[in-house]
Ligand binder design. Structure first.
Ligand code: DON
Length: 588
């Protein structure tokens, strides 16, 4: 039963779309929040916001060389493979959402590229049940590894929509791998936590030697240490020279298969030789007078964001004058998240393999129904969120946002899943392999490493892609790019991305403030509202507790990279939770 029928409920009448848009517009016009406190750089010639400064710089180099946003994104991503080897890289996969602004009378065009890893051909729905796999096997063995897609995806994007050649775009990554780069504070922090994993079972040092020796320097990694990765430099050089075949059809791919099989994985030569990149239409919706361009399944992020924003815009009276750190606002956004995560758990999966009712889940009538079930006074029991389907009974990711001088935009999120993925490496080529198989429902009635409950729709299957929370997103206002955003952080990607974007469109925060503001997270199950340190004020907690929420402290809700339009140019920010800084061209 819907929470909206409870004793304390306040039924919300759904207003017609035009009225909602008008009210939202008036609200924004008279919003009491000040303009940004701190002056931020306005980039009018393009800017890249990646979660490591060297990657942003690599992208900027492409913009300066006359390249477009896609060239910059691809250069930044290959560089991340070197400087954030625990977040993403050649052994992982990702999603890229592109907006081509349309030059010289050409129509503008949104594009989605899916290069998420998929399951090897020999892995069926009962694979992990049959072998009675424990969570260690599912996360740290050859069986945890999906067929890597990053190289295919990046080179596809470059060939179809970039303008520069492979050698130019790969040059900064090769230089970083060969010449070395400094470990930053985030590297040290991750290094310390993964070192503890090695120390807790010292035989792991022999079983996963590349990460231990080369990427963690046997536990001595500290900020400022210079790291080189000549093996990955060689892999990148081969990719620059030979293209996609150099990875999938040659010794690099063979090494991936060998490393997986040595650790009892099922990947075969055929799995890697035939990796398919999927170009598709993004999921486009409207909310708050903007066009919201998001990633369709196998991302759950697009559907979730469309639902969350759609629900929220049906509450103009509640949003008017709201405070981003106030109990009423946090409660309302949390309720929207609970609906979205409930539907994620029940319906979302790779739509190429199972029926995913995307149109229904994002329809106006369904979103109105979800909104009407929200009780502003009290949160409900988990079973009262989303819709039951018939028959129902921190880590390794990186997001980058780019805009170029012509208004083309890229939002790109990539992952190897957990820190250093499976911790198994293609050692001769200097990169680690993902453990993306844990994003499937590997064993029924279990939750994955992020505590996510999922349906049978997300069971593994040959060449099926595991459900993802990655949410690369572009917002258009009046036909031009207004916001580009996305995050790392497992399911907290969805909440982190949503909240940062809302900070811009509802509260007109600067890019820096929008990203830095404290965040909260609710993923339906566990039934807990997670609060970052900045939201642990006693009064706020008492108010949220009074609405029935079970509160829990959390260190970070994702790491967001965001670009927003301002004064005809763009502000850009990288999340201080992870580090990194934007790099761009400011001509004024
Ligand atoms: O695709 C997903 O949803 C997860 N593999 C993402 C993991 C992640 O974001 C780890 N975080 N930093």
């Amino acid at each position: 039963m819907a929470t909206g029928t409870g004793r304390n409920s306040q039924r919300v009448r759904t207003a017609p779309r035009a009225l909602i848009a008008l009210t939202a517009f008036l609200f924004l016009l008279f919003t009491p929040f000040d303009s940004p406190a701190a002056e931020e750089t306005i980039y009018d010639g393009g800017v890249v916001a990646a979660d490591h400064a060297a990657a942003s710089e690599a992208g900027k180099r492409m913009l300066e060389a006359g390249g477009n946003a896609v060239d910059a994104a691809v250069a930044a991503s290959f560089t991340l493979s070197v400087v954030r080897p625990y977040s993403c890289g050649l052994g992982g996969g990702g999603f890229m959402v592109i907006y081509l602004a349309g030059k010289g009378g050409e129509p503008s065009r949104p594009i989605a590229i899916d290069y998420r890893e998929y399951a090897p051909r020999r892995v069926g729905p009962d694979y992990f049940e049959k072998i009675d796999a424990d969570s260690f096997t599912i996360r740290y063995s050859g069986r945890s590894v999906g067929v890597p897609g990053t190289v295919a995806g990046l080179l596809y994007a470059l060939e179809q929509y970039g303008t520069l050649d492979r050698a130019t775009v790969l040059a900064p990554a090769i230089e970083a791998a060969r010449g070395g780069f400094e470990a930053d504070a985030n590297y040290e922090k991750v290094g310390r936590s993964v070192t503890a994993w090695y120390e807790s079972e010292p035989s792991r040092k022999e079983r996963y030697p590349f990460v231990w020796k080369s990427l963690l320097k046997e536990g001595t990694i500290r900020e400022g240490m210079v790291l080189k990765n000549p093996e990955q430099a060689e892999a990148l050089r081969r990719i620059a020279a030979g293209g996609v075949k150099a990875f999938y059809g040659g010794p690099i791919g063979a090494e991936v298969v060998k490393a997986v099989r040595r650790r009892r994985g099922e990947m075969g030569a055929g799995d890697i030789r035939t990796f398919n990149v999927v170009e598709t239409n993004p999921l486009v919706g409207e909310a708050f007078g903007r066009q919201l361009i998001t990633m369709p399944p196998p991302s759950s992020g697009g559907v979730a964001l469309q639902q969350i924003f759609g629900i929220l815009e049906r509450f103009p009276d509640r949003l008017e004058g709201a405070a981003p750190d106030g109990a009423a606002y946090i409660h309302l956004v949390t309720e929207a998240m609970k609906h979205a995560f409930a539907d994620r758990a029940r319906y979302l999966a790779d739509a190429a393999f199972v029926d995913v009712p995307v149109a229904r889940l994002t329809s106006e009538s369904y979103i109105s129904d979800l909104a009407q079930r929200i009780d502003m006074k009290r949160t409900g029991r988990p079973e009262t969120y989303g819709t039951k389907a018939p028959g129902d009974d921190d880590h390794g990711t990186s997001h980058l946002s780019v805009i170029d001088g012509d208004g083309n935009a890229v939002a790109c999120t990539e992952t190897i899943n957990m820190y250093f993925g499976s911790r198994i490496a293609a050692a001769p080529f200097g990169f680690v392999l993902n453990n993306e198989m844990d994003d499937f429902l590997t064993r029924r009635k279990t939750r994955n490493v992020y505590g996510l409950e999922q349906s049978d729709r997300n069971l593994p299957g040959p060449w099926k892609r595991p459900l993802s929370s990655m949410s690369p997103t572009i917002l258009l206002k009046d036909g031009a790019v207004e916001v580009i955003a996305g995050a790392s952080g497992g399911p907290r990607i969805i909440s982190g991305t949503a909240e940062a974007i809302l900070n811009v469109i509802l509260f007109d925060m600067s890019a820096g403030d929008a990203v830095a503001a404290p965040r909260f997270h609710h993923q339906w199950v566990p039934d807990k509202l997670f609060l970052e340190r900045g939201l642990r004020d006693r009064k706020l907690q008492a108010d949220l507790f009074g609405k029935g929420h079970t509160l829990k402290a959390i260190e970070t809700v994702g790491a967001v990279q965001l670009i927003r339009e301002r004064s005809g140019g763009y502000e850009a920010a990288c999340d201080p939770r992870k580090g990194g800084s934007p790099a761009g061209i400011a001509r004024r």
